[in-house]
Design a protein around this ligand. Sequence first.
Ligand code: PMM
Length: 286
Amino acid sequence: MFARPPRYVAGLPRPDRCLVMGVVNVTPDSFSDGGVWLEPAAAIAHGRALSEAGADLVDVGGESTRPGAERPSVDDELARVIPVVTELSREGVVVSVDTMRASVARQAVAAGARAVNDVSGGLADPAMVSTVADLAVPYIVMHWRAHSTTMQDLATYDDVVTDVCRELSQRVHAAMAAGIAHERIAVDPGLGFAKTGDHNWELLGRLRALHELGLPVLVGTSRKAFLGRLLATDDGQQRPVTARDDASAATSALAAVAGAWCVRVHDVPRSLDAVRVASRWARSTP
Ligand code: PMM
């Protein structure tokens, strides 16, 4: 039996269920919605719609992490995210900024962001953990090994669950050593980041093992390629990206039952329904 991880991250909403984080990618090239929300007004309207649909927080990012993606300049990343973070925060939306750069995290928090979602867990920018400590905001530490251009070359593990837990634990220790409070940290196995589809399934199937880290767990499966492959037609045509939302809602429900603190999704209404069902189901489970 695994211990139950903490249910809350200090400074973020505390509904009596798994949280739903809605995704706003202000990028030209994200795999799931690249280019759709690149204009600030479109991104703001989308973030507002996700919030109105019930998202507990809205994650705004300006760098695509799809396999092979090139990095934007700092200036381009700032120009993409800051107007969106500023306006959504002004309207009262709880915003997290999805960035690997300390300078972007700092400006996004100044613009109203309430949390930093760092897919590199502090590895991409040596200044990140001390910056987040200084900003005193929640920090989501994702498992990561390298930037998108090379990450899939590093998808080798002895045991993916054990290895991911160990590497995440090292990043959590680095974050705490820099001064980030334990109650402000959440962890994320980083599905699809230096992972094959089989690695993703293994991590999901043994999600409760991550509870050993003693921290809330965020899970991001939404629209990812391993769902497209699972749902491929008999002649091998992968399910298109935007037709993966029912499958994403199914993983949200199952992640919630397995004790996830938060799911990160593109389609908020479906996953919100899914986690509400999961939460009610769990309350009746002896
Ligand atoms: N996945 C993506 C981007 N950011 N952040 C966290 N914490 N966890 C994830 O799994 C994650 C992330 C890539 O998906 P997208 O391009 O659809 O945003």
